[in-house]
Design a protein around this ligand. Structure first.
Ligand code: SAM
Ligand code: SF4
Length: 350
């Protein structure tokens, strides 16, 4: 695994330790945290097998979920300590009523430079323009297949046509960036990979493949199910010709992007076979207000009780700093001592 200190050193600030850094979110490996992923709900309108149980899902009671005002306060406090980029996720973020209203509130916070959304796309069609108008800049839409039967096998619900309509609406709404994400699972996307790349390319979009991670609530993940990024690239090269790696402008960007001779672009996110923990600058806020320093961490720092008491902003920031300080060098997926977190992807926020 890539060690945290090696690649983080280059981005660490030489002024570390000076009084002006007192509020910064910097971990023990020199990694500064600039990104916050906010789960706005654990609810979802579909039931992807790699994420949620098929049925009898117990969702959080509504009273336990942070209000928009509480999310706004957390972001305002963390923005004073260097958080610049936000990504709204879930569960399915678009099932939360008036997400555009939250985006408008967040886009007014000093220091916030970028607001993005990860969605399954099914509810995007009718909301795309309002989200854009509210200040949403970028959208990632999950698209694992172009076949309705496979869509239903994966998500245990119908609706591929609504996802495609969501993609079209996002493009028409004029976001700065629209990306498509497919999960790289052996036996699932292998024979669709070329079709997905072609679909994206015809629309001027980048198709990204993410290696399947052990975060499924059914706990059926097996290393053999991961369609490794390198194998996927080889397969795509057989079809599209040699791929050229593109420069990575942001070292904290998890994807490695490639361009094929015919102009098609793909991104590969390889958390299992090539972890990018060394340059990680992300924190996560769960729907019920717990901060996590990693998808795979076993520990959380609750902000909700602080938010619902008379705690000061300084106390909220101290809790966030404690969360960052406890961050490990990297995840242990490839080690025998790895333990899958008790929460599944939809409960953390992907
Ligand atoms: N519902 C939205 C969606 O599906 O895009 C946002 C939340 S979802 C948890 C965020 C991302 O996590 C999706 O791209 C999804 O494919 C990915 N994901 C879910 N389970 C995963 C797993 N076990 N391994 C890797 N990625 C996963
Ligand atoms: Fe819902 Fe997204 Fe999880 Fe699929 S991956 S079940 S769409 S939260």
């Amino acid at each position: 695994m890539e060690s945290a200190d090696s690649s983080a050193d280059s981005s660490a600030d030489s002024s570390v330790g000076t009084p002006k850094d007192a509020g910064r979110l910097q971990d023990g490996f020199g990694r500064r945290h600039h990104s916050l992923r906010i789960s706005v709900t654990d609810r979802c309108n579909i039931r992807c097998f790699y994420c949620m149980p098929a049925d009898q899902v117990t969702f959080l009671p509504k009273a336990d979920i942070l209000s928009f005002e509480e999310i706004h306060r957390v972001v305002s406090v963390l923005a004073t300590a260097g958080i610049r980029r936000l990504r709204l996720t879930g569960g399915e973020p678009l099932v939360r009523h008036d997400l555009a209203g939250l985006i408008q509130m967040l886009s007014g916070i000093d220091g916030i430079e970028d607001i993005a959304l990860t969605t399954n796309g099914m509810l995007l069609g009718p909301q795309a323009v309002a989200l854009r108008t509210a200040g949403l800049q970028r959208v990632n839409i999950s698209l694992d297949t172009l076949r309705e039967a496979t869509f239903q096998r994966i998500s245990r619900r119908p609706g591929l046509d609504r996802v495609i309509a969501g993609i079209e609406a996002a493009q028409a709404a004029g976001f700065d960036e629209v990306r498509l994400n497919a999960l790289a699972i052996r036996g699932l996307v292998d024979d669709e990979a070329e079709g997905l790349v072609r679909f994206a390319s015809q629309r001027g979009l980048v198709m990204r493949f993410i290696e399947f991670m052990p975060l499924d609530s059914d706990r059926n993940w097996d290393a053999g199910d991961v369609l490794c990024g390198d194998q996927l690239l080889e397969r795509l090269e057989r079809h599209f010709g040699p791929a050229t790696p593109l420069p990575r402008p942001d070292p904290a960007q998890p994807a490695r992007d490639y361009r094929f001779a015919g102009g098609q672009r793909v991104g590969l996110i390889r958390p299992v076979t090539a972890p990018f923990c060394g340059a990680c600058d992300r924190l996560r806020l769960t729907a019920e207000g717990a901060l996590r320093n990693c998808l795979f961490s076993q520990q959380e720092w609750s902000l909700r009780d602080l938010l619902r008491s008379s705690a000061s902003d300084a106390e909220i920031l101290q809790t966030a700093q404690a969360c960052v300080a406890a961050k490990q060098a990297g995840h242990l997926i490839n080690r025998p001592e790895f333990e899958q977190p008790t929460r599944a992807m939809y409960q953390i926020g992907g």
